[in-house]
Design a binder for this molecule. Structure first.
Ligand SMILES: Cc1cc2nc3c(=O)[nH]c(=O)nc-3n(C[C@H](O)[C@H](O)[C@H](O)COP(=O)(O)OP(=O)(O)OC[C@H]3O[C@@H](n4cnc5c(N)ncnc54)[C@H](O)[C@@H]3O)c2cc1C
Length: 476
């Protein structure tokens, strides 16, 4: 116990606030990116992580020839992310999704059907009826509109593409990304690009054609950004960022409990605890890269009140169980020729979806074996994420047999449960965004970002870390 029952103060006498380090609270991908970028610009940083490891939701585990991802399994590589990975020297260990993973299966009437990936593919697709395909094609004639109020993704999708496309396209996609419920998610906040396309083009199809043209004009490759990971999994990125921080800049098992905002030229004061000891340090500014509940719990010694962000405790974070299963190849009848399989809520089954890990990237399973990750729970069936292993495994075995022809017991099992997995950007989310904006406006030098504010995907969180660093530099 290094600091038993004590209050330490790290003295800052004589330092002007701008010479002091920037405090980064939260050692997930957002906080690490911000810390890396600030340090690289030559500014001192101190990063506080409440747990005993860095990376937050990103955790990769190598077990012999199996490679297990506890949280995210892949990410989309934007040009900015590609540049960062090159800067970090990670190009030689980067993996691009294998061409065999191009298909995306969606379950319809108990059978996995490949989702169309191109206009000709739509015509021959078994996933949608002729009526749904004609309805989809009509969307191109939708006129631009300025909505005065937000709308759920399900209603937005039904307006543009019809109910069947929502049930067998949008809803399973939303389960795959947010583990969320399309009837609750806000279009404006969960998929802002769709919201903007409707305003500027009316039709989402026309908006996508225009976006593709603009990309080509910028010299960027056509099509969706590549899906990537690394030979040792996604944790490679947080580990690489952490490795490049100056020695002594990271504190693990360091839970930040309270903050005293800067006032009249005095720096920010921050209290953090390890074991039973509390330590006080001074900072030029403070970056918060935390989950909503942690933001809500922070105590601000501020005239605006001690719990500036308490409303964020109301953000819904459903639980998700990620069950990694290894099988001999001959135990699985399905070709597993895709990224994975999503299960629409209308099919009333027990799974959110299954990732075909060993198809997606090389090096995920031993020779002649396959690796699957089964996701359960989410906003629509939180109870399934909370089941004990002994209750969940037989349910999953029945579903995998019915949908993919999986026979017998797995040869490898690893389960990770996330009691609060992903924040739901549901209708009304602007109240939480407004609370964060107001807290920043009231306290210069306070910067808030990460998955609660800037998008839930890893790529969004990395971009958020970059933006936080740029904003912090601008305030110094
Ligand atoms: C099961 C699952 C699957 C996912 N799949 C994908 C995917 O395939 N692709 C994708 O792009 N994204 C995916 N995501 C989303 C993505 O992983 C996260 O949104 C992202 O990693 C969040 O990063 P962050 O840094 O904002 O927050 P976090 O990773 O939550 O990091 C916040 C950190 O703050 C620490 N902390 C909390 N309180 C305190 C305190 N008081 N003091 C100090 N530290 C504190 C926490 O311990 C944590 O390490 C998935 C997420 C989950 C859970």
């Amino acid at each position: 116990m290094p600091f038993p029952f004590s209050v330490y103060s790290v003295c800052s006498v004589g330092n002007s606030p701008s010479q002091l380090p920037v405090a980064i609270i939260g050692g997930g991908i957002t906080g690490l990116t911000a810390a890396y970028r600030l340090a690289r610009q030559g500014h001192p940083v101190r990063l506080f992580e409440g747990s005993d490891r860095l990376g937050g939701s990103i955790r990769s585990e190598r077990c012999g020839d199996w490679l297990i991802e506890a949280g995210p399994n892949s990410l989309q590589q934007t040009p900015a992310l590609a540049a960062l990975l090159t800067e970090l020297g990670l190009d030689s260990v980067k993996l691009t999704a294998r061409p065999e993973s191009k298909n995306r299966y969606i379950v319809r009437e108990g059978k996995p059907q490949a989702a169309p990936t191109s206009p000709p593919g739509l015509i021959t697709s078994q996933l949608f009826t002729v009526g749904a395909k004609l309805r989809l094609m009509r969307e191109i004639f939708t006129r631009p509109r300025t909505r005065t109020a937000d709308i759920s993704l399900a209603d937005f999708g039904a307006f543009h593409f019809g109910r069947e496309l929502v049930d067998y396209g949008l809803s399973p996609f939303v389960s795959g990304v947010y583990a969320g419920d399309a009837a609750e998610l806000s279009t404006r906040h969960s998929f802002p690009s769709l919201w903007e396309m409707e305003q500027s083009h009316g039709s989402i199809i026309r908006g996508q054609i225009a976006a593709a043209k603009a990309k080509r004009a910028r010299g960027e490759p056509a099509g969706a950004p590549p899906i990537i990971s690394f030979t040792e999994g996604l944790e490679t990125i947080p580990l690489a960022l952490a490795d490049r921080l100056p020695p002594g800049s990271v504190e693990l098992n360091a839970r930040v409990t309270s903050l005293t905002p800067s006032e009249r030229g005095r720096p920010w004061q921050l209290n953090w605890t390890r074991d039973q000891g509390t330590i006080n340090e001074s900072f030029a500014s403070v970056i918060l890269a935390l989950p909503a509940q942690a933001l809500a719990n922070l105590v601000f010694n501020s005239p605006s009140g001690p719990r500036l962000l308490s409303s964020l405790a109301d953000i819904e974070y459903p639980p998700v169980s990620s069950l990694f299963l290894g099988y001999r190849r001959d135990q699985v009848a399905h070709a597993l020729d895709g990224f994975g399989m999503l299960v629409p809520p209308v099919e009333i089954r027990q799974l959110l979806g299954v990732l075909f890990n060993s198809t997606l990237f090389t090096g995920r399973a031993p020779a002649d074996h396959v690796a699957l990750t089964v996701m359960t729970g989410g906003a629509r069936a939180p109870g399934l994420a909370r089941l004990h292993d002994a209750d969940l495994l037989p349910v999953v075995a029945r579903e995998l047999d019915a949908l993919l022809g999986v026979k017998g017991d797995p040869v490898f099992v690893r389960r990770n449960v996330w009691p609060r997995a992903i924040p739901q950007y549901n209708l009304g989310y602007e109240r939480f965004l407004d609370a964060m904006t107001a807290a920043e406006a009231a306290h210069p030098g306070l910067l808030i970002g990460g998955h609660v504010r800037d998008g839930i995907a890893m790529t969004n969180c990395i971009a958020s870390g970059e933006k936080l660093a740029a904003r912090a530099l601008a305030t110094l």
